[in-house]
Structures are given as structure tokens and as C-alpha cells.
Ligand binder design. Structure first.
Ligand code: ZN
Length: 206
């Protein structure tokens, strides 16, 4: 279902450019939910989120990646989800432009690799510009890239885990081996809440 949204775009502030697409469906482990995508025709801003039909509260899921099938486990990342690979001290927090997506563990690892490669390109550019103090960081990123590439290929099973933490409970790792936990108020306070919702709650978009 597509409809116009009578609100200014949060990114470019233009009026009358926002469209809302909502779709109800069912994802294993995640259940019945409404997928909402808000997009701006003018600047291309796009934000997707997954609103479960039942409130779940703040949740985390942790999956120790031990076998090939774990790489295929479904991941729903809501726009407020923080992803971590704790053993490598890696974290992707939502930020203000975050958008949700559905992928699998392998796909999430590949997104981590993309971010690391982007950082490596930046550091190489800095080095070319005469800043040599970044060489150590480049070496560290290179090690991370190798570890994650091996993990995505199923060559580093049993050592690493993927964690997703979401103050709104809109994110999951869908596998029987994933450990689900309720987050405490203290843990929630330390998380980046993600972009402010453009539209509140699922009841507004029926
Ligand atoms: Zn816009």
C-alpha cells in the first residue's frame, strides 16, 4: 500500500515529497510484522523499518557462528539495531541515516567487510597525502578484513559470534541456536537509538 505523507522530508526538508510504502508479511522467528519504507522523491532519502505486530521490548540476539548453516541464518535489522562482532571489537551502530534490511549472517559480515574496505581506502588516501601515522591502523584493518573474509567463507567457524541489539525489539537473528536476551535499561542507555521515527507506531499506517 502506497500513500503520501503530509510531512517535510527529514533530510532535505522539502514538502510534499514523502511517500510511504507499507506491507504486512511474516518472517520465520520474527513473526507477523509490517514493513514500512518511507522515501523522498526529491533527495532519495529512504528509510525502512520492520514493526512487529506485538511489542517486544528491548532485545538482543547472539549467535556463535559455529557451522555453515549459521551463515545462512536470517537477520532482520531494524533501523535501531546495533550489530556487533564482540571478539573483534567491531560495532556498527545505527546513526541518524540508518535503514533496516533483511539479510543473513553472511550478508551482514559482508557489510562489515565493505565498511572496513571503505576505511582502508580512506587511510590509503591519507597516507598518499603524506600522513604516515595511519600505517598501524591500516595493518589492523587488513587483519580484520582477512578474518571476516575467512568467516564469510566458512573457514573460521567456532571463534566468532554475531550480536544484534535493538532497544525497540525490531531486530532478530533467526536461528534456534541464537540466544535471545532482554536488555536492561542500563544496556539500552548505552545504545545508539537510531534515527528518530518519521511516523510513530504501526497503528498510524493501517
Ligand atoms: Zn528529501
Amino acid at each position: 500500500m502506497e500513500s503520501d505523507v503530509d510531512l517535510p522530508c527529514p533530510t532535505c526538508q522539502s514538502e510534499g515529497c514523502l511517500k510511504l510504502l507499507s506491507m504486512s508479511s511474516e518472517i520465520p522467528y520474527f513473526g507477523e510484522h509490517t514493513q514500512i519504507t518511507i522515501s523522498c522523491e526529491k533527495c532519495g532519502m529512504r528509510q525502512t523499518d520492520f514493526i512487529p505486530s506485538e511489542e517486544r521490548g528491548a532485545l538482543s540476539f547472539t549467535l556463535s557462528i559455529e557451522k555453515d548453516e549459521h551463515l545462512q541464518a536470517r537477520v532482520v535489522r531494524g533501523s535501531s539495531g546495533t550489530l556487533r562482532i564482540p571478539e573483534l571489537d567491531l560495532e556498527v551502530s545505527p546513526g541518524t541515516q540508518s535503514t533496516g534490511y533483511v539479510s543473513n549472517v553472511e550478508g551482514v559480515i559482508n557489510r562489515f567487510i565493505d565498511i572496513i574496505r571503505m576505511m582502508m581506502r580512506q587511510i590509503r588516501a591519507d597516507i598518499e597525502n603524506g600522513e604516515i601515522e595511519n600505517k598501524e591502523n591500516l595493518e589492523k584493518l587488513f587483519q580484520l578484513e582477512m578474518a571476516l573474509t575467512a568467516l564469510a567463507k566458512g573457514e573460521l567457524l567456532g571463534d566468532l559470534s554475531l550480536e544484534i541489539l535493538d532497544p525497540k525489539g525490531h531486530s532478530i537473528i533467526g536461528h534456534d541456536d541464537a540466544v535471545k536476551k532482554e536488555l536492561t535499561a542500563e544496556e539500552v542507555a548505552l545504545l545508539d537509538p537510531g534515527p528518530a521515527p518519521i511516523i510513530m507506531g504501526s497503528e498510524d499506517v493501517e
